[in-house]
Design a protein. Structure first.
Length: 230
């Protein structure tokens, strides 16, 4: 089995309720940010690493997502009748992604700086890690409220608690998904398995990152993209 990721899973099935009226008729990944669909900003980083396979999961306004990616190199994993959350959605997409570790990424953030997928790949140590999360120091996270998601140790291991923010991009081994019985579930359940084994790691992102989960986030992201020193 391969030890380095050559497939990417993009999470795009959610309802985007924090966007309010903007997502009543449009799925959040297709909301325009700086003149382009939000998900296409993430896809720029994905295409730069030239993976063998790119998979996007869909549920809400699937027809619009399908039209957006028609004729592209993106495969769709449609979740119906129910949405499966991140863990269930990833497991459902495994036939398209293949075996071995994969990249996963949320699609509601904008990155300014190095390609986060390359940051993860450069830090990936398959002998030691079951997952490697790209994390953002709070002073580099724009539009995010809270105390952070993980504490990042000097050796790269992460534990839950105040500290850095998970930016939404990771490399992840998927074999633990088969032991989870729920149909719809969060990847937090898989992370818990890895935490217990001491094999959940993080890498600090050296650039800036903006949460685009709300209308205010769109404005902040566009300001960040238009200014070199944020």
């Amino acid at each position: 089995m391969r030890d380095f990721p050559n497939a990417v899973m993009l999470f795009a099935a959610g309802f985007g309720t924090r966007m309010g009226a903007l997502t009543r008729t449009t799925p959040k990944p297709l909301i325009p940010v700086a003149g382009r669909a939000l998900i296409d900003h993430t896809l720029d980083h994905v295409h730069a690493i030239d993976p063998d396979r790119i998979v996007v999961n869909t549920h809400y306004h699937h027809d619009q997502m399908a039209a957006h990616f028609d004729g592209s190199d993106v495969q769709l994993s449609h979740e119906a009748p129910d949405i499966l959350e991140t863990g269930g959605g990833l497991r459902a997409a495994l036939p398209l992604l293949g075996q071995g570790p994969v990249f996963t990424s949320n699609t509601d953030a904008i990155w300014q700086g190095p390609n986060p997928f390359e940051v993860a790949l450069d830090a990936w140590r398959p002998d030691d890690m079951d997952a490697l999360l790209v994390c953002v120091p709070q002073e580099r996270a724009i539009g995010h409220k809270g105390q952070g998601d993980f504490a990042l140790a000097l050796d790269g291991r992460i534990t839950r608690g105040p500290g850095v923010i998970y930016g939404g991009v990771q490399i992840l081994r998927t074999n633990g998904l088969e032991a989870i019985h729920e149909g719809a579930f969060s990847l937090n359940l898989l992370w818990n398995q890895m935490l217990a084994k001491g094999r959940l790691f993080g890498v600090s992102y050296p650039g800036h990152w903006c949460d685009v989960g709300s209308p205010e986030g769109i404005t902040l992201a566009e300001q960040m993209l238009g200014t070199q020193d944020v």
